[in-house]
Every structure is written in C-alpha cells, then in structure tokens.
Write a protein that binds this ligand. Structure first.
Ligand SMILES: *Cc1c(COP(=O)(O)O)cnc(C)c1O
Length: 435
C-alpha cells in the first residue's frame, strides 16, 4: 500500500482550529521537517498505528518513557486493576512509598524522593529548593540542555561561548533570565571562569549529564567529574536532570555510568511508564527543606496519582527483575547503530553516530559533535530528507535533527533489520542530495 497521510492531513487542519498549532507540544507538529504529522490511533509493542492505516516501527517511544514498548501487557493489566480502585484520592497511598523505594534502590543518591507530574515540574521545584538551601540566586545551565519549559531554564547562550542569560522565549522576564547563566556543554574552562566570576552567587548547576535535547551528545572523559568538583569547591549544588537519561542510558542513569554523585536528581519519562510523572530527590539534608518537612513550598493535586504510580511501579519492577534487561536492550541498540553506520560508510555519507545504552542520535555532520554549537553545524536538510524517507518506509523517528532516538524491549531482530534496510534507502537519498 502506498504511503498516504490524507486523514492525518485533514485531522491536522481541524486540530489547528482548536489547539495552538494543532498540537499540545511543539515538536509534534513537524515544523522543522515539514509535512504532516501522522495522527496516532493506537500503539502496541514496537509499533505505532496511524489513522490512515499506516504502521510504523517506533523509535520515539513517546520521547523516552516507553522503554518496555507500547501497551506492555503487565503494565496494562496493572493499570486496569488500579482503575477500578479509583483514579485519585489526594491522600497518601502505599503506592507512593513503593515507587520511591524502587527509585532509591537504583539511584542511591536520592535519599528522599518527591513525586510530581512532569519533568518540568521537577526541575522547577528543584531550582526553588536549591536557591532556598544555598540562599543564593544564580543557576548555571548548559547551552542546548533542555529542562522543561520553566522560565528560569528557557534562557540559553547567545553566540558567545559563555553568555549571561537572554530570554529564549517572549514572556520570560529578563530579571529571571538574568539570574540564569549559560555555559557550553563539555567546556571545563568556560565553567571554571563562570565560577571564578559568580561562584559566591551560584545556587546550583543543572545539567543533562548525557544531553538528549540537542540530539544526543556524550560527555568528554572526566567532564562530569570536573563539574562535580567545581560545584563542591564553590558550595553550589549539582543537579542531574536525568528525566531522559534515568533508567535509559543505564539502569541507574548517567550517574551510575560515570560514577558521579549529584546533590539532587530529576527524573521523569521512564518512571511514569507512559503516564504523566516527574520526580526529584537527593541528599536528605537538602530534601528535608521541602514542605511539610521544611519551609520550601511545593505541592500537587495529582502528585503521586495512583494510576501514574501503578504504571511506574510495574515498569520499574520489570526493569529490575527481567534477566539482563539492560544488556539485551543495549546490544540491540548497538546492533542497529552498527548497521546504520555500515550503510553510511558504504555510501560515503558522513555521520556522527552517538549511543549510550538504548538511546542514540545521528548527526549529519563530518565534524565531531560535542556541544550545542557543533550540533547546530549538522546538515538539517540532509536530516530532513533522511527523516521523510524513513517515515515513508514505516520507520517513525523524532521529527528533528536535535532529538534523540530510543529503543524498546519490544523491538525484534526483524524490526532492526527492517530499520537498517530502510536506512540504506534513506541514506542513498541523502547521498543524491549531496551530489
Ligand atoms: C523531557 C525532559 C524534561 C521535561 O519533562 P516534561 O515531562 O516534558 O515536562 C526535562 N528535562 C529533560 C532532560 C527532558 O528530557
């Protein structure tokens, strides 16, 4: 059957009448790659099914959460049971303690855990906490790192290597952007200089230890250790935003891989098993500043919601109890990346392919990608050609050069073979474009 998106095209036109840009989160709109986003009807395992009757092998996985694949029978069954017990009480449940325990078992740096409803909420809360605890105002972030859409974290670098915050979005007050300092990722001298100038005022450094929101970028050797050392030296807190990398690049996230103990950690995505969840936690002496244990206010009507807790518990239980879960999913991802790399090499198409665990990115660039500026030098037109060629062959990946891809446990050997074969076709199109 020829690839058609007629129904999605109509649905998108209709959606735009009622929803800004037709979507509830901007990247879904295909703005940067062009064309019509397929409207999804359902999903199962590694597959997405759209309203035009197309089937896709999915490497977005709802932007990270679906590490078990879609509609995993055990998670689905747990949710059905939970549903009949009521969907929200606004009172404590055993489920919240169990999820906190399961998180702590894998992230020992998180001595106390507070559940919220999104990654954005986790980073927002953690900044308030860091400012209260240190009695300092400034937050350091890294260009190209995304921490949700909080005012204070939407500021990022201008063209310079290190720049004082300029709002990235209208509506973000300059006074808030001004207390956000943006530094290039992987740049130790840049960060050292910022600490030399502002060290006494810096409440915290927030970092995606393995960034996935400028495409996936890997830390240089000892980079994260240097960031840890600098923050400790100046009495600033180190916040690992592992909303994406947690339970993804490894069971215990980037902090396990690189053996760094942050003061505070933000989680989301995988820990909600596909339901809306975020969490933050860390050192007990800091977390005890959170209300009602301490004076820093943070609350949520639906926080710790029984459905979200149930999906999270079922997911984390499977991750902990499935034999060699991470070994298998990581090998599968490595095989896929190797296959794509071989096709690119055969054709002489220059790629920067990054992978850690079951997360990966390909940049259309012949130069190393190690920060936001180098990421931005990749060939977005080549990416767009590749993206659409993959989509038409039934491979659904993130509609932007600057996003990561995710494997799930449900992807089969056949899925991976089919993806590599589709990739060969798509890369040939890129090669023709380069001519
Ligand atoms: C997705 C993401 C967030 C935001 O989480 P939401 O649930 O979308 O609010 C924050 N930080 C990182 C690193 C993320 O990948």
């Amino acid at each position: 059957m020829a690839y058609t998106t007629e129904k999605s095209r109509q649905a998108f036109i209709e959606a735009k009448q009622h929803i800004p840009g037709g979507v509830n989160s901007p990247v879904r709109s295909f703005r940067s790659v062009g064309g019509t986003p397929p409207f999804i009807d359902s999903a199962s395992g590694s597959r997405l099914f759209d309203i035009d009757g197309n089937t896709y092998i999915d490497y977005v996985g709802s932007w990270g959460p679906m590490i078990l694949g879609h509609a995993h029978p055990i998670v689905t069954e747990a949710l059905k049971n939970a549903l009949s017990r009521g969907t929200s009480y606004g009172a404590p449940t055993l489920l919240e303690t169990e999820l906190a325990q399961r998180i702590k078992a894998v992230f020992p740096s998180m001595e106390l855990v507070r559940m919220v409803n999104s990654g954005t909420e986790a980073t927002m809360s953690v900044m308030r906490l860091a400012r209260a605890f240190t009695n300092r105002k400034k937050i350091v972030k890294f260009a190209g790192c995304y921490h949700g859409h909080n005012d204070g974290l939407l500021a990022k670098a201008g063209s310079g290597a290190t720049t004082l915050g300029i709002p990235d979005s209208p509506g973000v007050p300059e006074s808030i952007a001004a207390i956000t300092i943006t530094v290039a990722y992987n740049d130790v001298p840049g960060l050292t200089e910022i600490f030399r100038q502002h060290g006494e005022d810096i409440a915290a450094v927030i970092i995606e230890p393995v960034p996935g929101n400028m495409g996936m970028v890997l830390p240089r050797e000892n980079y994260l250790a240097s960031v840890r050392k600098l923050t400790a030296e100046y009495g600033a807190l180190l916040i690992f935003d592992e909303v994406m990398s947690g339970f993804r690049v490894a069971h215990g996230g980037a902090q396990e891989v690189f053996e760094i103990v942050p003061d505070l950690t933000c989680l989301g995505k995988v820990i909600g098993g596909g339901l809306p969840v975020g969490a933050y936690g860390g050192r007990r002496d800091i977390m005890e500043w959170i209300a009602p244990a301490g004076p820093v206010y943070q609350a949520g009507t639906l926080s710790g919601n029984p459905l979200a807790m149930t999906a999270g518990i079922a997911t984390l239980k499977l991750l902990a109890e499935t034999t060699e879960f991470y070994k298998i999913i990581n090998e599968k991802t490595a095989n896929l990346c190797d296959g794509i790399r071989q096709e690119a090499d055969k054709l002489g198409v220059k790629l920067q392919l990054h992978r850690l665990g079951s997360m990966f990115s390909l940049f259309f660039s012949d130069k190393l990608v190690y920060d936001y500026d180098s990421a931005k030098k990749s060939d977005v037109s080549a990416f767009n050609i590749y993206f659409h060629a993959m989509l038409e062959q039934g491979i659904y990946s993130a509609p932007s050069q600057f996003e990561a891809a995710f494997m799930s446990a449900a992807h089969t050997e056949e899925d991976i073979k089919a993806t590599i074969a589709a990739s060969a076709v798509a890369l040939r199109k890129v090669k023709e474009y380069y001519k």
